[in-house]
Ligand binder design. Structure first.
Ligand code: E4P
Length: 228
C-alpha cells in the first residue's frame, strides 16, 4: 500500500517526504484554511507542494458547483503543474466533468465517497483516484472500515478502461485517524492511505518499541559505565 500525506502544511510535507515513504499528497479546502492561507495565495501554495513532492501526485480540490465550472477550474488547476490531480466531490455535476477531464488526460480524485455505488460511478466516469472516507463514519458511530471494505471489493471486481496503464482507478483510504485504519486498509487491499501527519507519526511508534529502546539504552549504559 502507498502512503499519501493528508495535509496542506508545507513543513509536514517536507518532513514526510524526507522519510522516503511518500507517494503523494492530498489537500482539501479545510486543510488549506488550516494553514491560514488566503485565496490569492492558493495556487502558489499548490505549486510549492508540487515542487516539494517532485512529481508525486498532489490533489488540489475544486470548489466549483456546476459541471462547466468544474471543468474550467480543473483545467486551470491541472495547468499549474504536471503532477496536479483535481479533487472533485462525487455528485451529479462532477460525473460528467470527470468523464470530460478523463478524456483530456486530466486526473480526477473523486472525494467525499461514502458508498460502493458512488465509488462504482466514479470509476465508470473515469476517476483516476477514488477516496472513500473512513473516520467520518466512525465519528457518527458507524463502521468506517466495513464501509471501506465494501468499496474496495466492489471497485476491484471490474476494470474500467481508463488509466489502465497507470494501474488506476486507485482507491485512496481517506479520513484516516488511527494506525489501525492503516492496517485494515492494507489488509483489504486498498491501494493508498492518505494519512494526516499526526497519525503518520503514530504509525512509526509502538509502546513495545519505545520500551525496548529504553531498555537497550539502560543496559548499554551499564556497558559504557555512563549513567542513564
Ligand atoms: C482526503 O482526501 C480527505 O479530504 C480527508 O482525508 C478528510 O479527512 P477528515 O475526515 O479527517 O476531514
Amino acid at each position: 500500500m502507498k502512503f499519501f500525506i493528508d495535509t496542506a502544511d508545507l513543513d509536514e510535507i517536507r518532513e514526510a517526504q524526507s522519510w522516503g515513504i511518500l507517494s503523494g499528497v492530498t489537500t482539501n479546502p479545510s486543510l488549506y484554511a488550516k494553514t491560514g492561507g488566503k485565496l490569492a495565495d492558493f495556487e502558489d501554495h499548490m505549486v510549492k507542494i508540487c515542487e516539494i513532492c517532485d512529481g508525486l501526485p498532489v490533489s488540489a480540490e475544486s470548489t466549483a458547483e456546476t459541471t462547466e465550472a468544474m471543468i474550467e477550474e480543473a483545467e486551470h488547476l491541472a495547468s499549474l503543474a504536471p503532477n496536479i490531480v483535481v479533487k472533485l466531490p462525487v455528485c451529479e455535476a462532477s460525473l460528467p466533468a470527470t468523464h470530460h477531464l478523463a478524456k483530456e488526460g486530466i486526473r480526477v480524485n473523486m472525494t467525499l465517497v461514502f458508498s460502493a455505488p458512488q465509488a462504482l460511478l466514479a470509476a465508470r466516469a473515469g476517476a483516476r483516484y477514488i477516496s472513500p472516507f473512513v473516520g467520518r463514519f466512525d465519528d457518527i458511530a458507524e463502521d468506517g472500515l466495513e464501509q471501506l471494505n465494501t468499496v474496495v471489493t466492489a471497485v476491484k471486481n471490474y476494470s474500467y478502461g481508463y488509466w489502465d496503464e497507470e494501474g488506476g482507478p486507485e482507491i485512496i483510504t481517506a479520513s484516516v485517524r488511527t494506525p489501525n485504519h492503516v492496517t485494515q486498509a492494507a489488509l483489504m487491499g486498498a491501494d493508498i492511505a492518505t494519512v494526516p501527519f499526526g497519525a503518520l507519526k503514530k504509525c512509526v511508534h509502538h509502546p513495545l518499541t519505545d520500551q525496548g529502546l529504553e531498555r537497550f539504552a539502560a543496559d548499554w549504559a551499564k556497558v559504557t559505565g555512563e549513567a542513564k
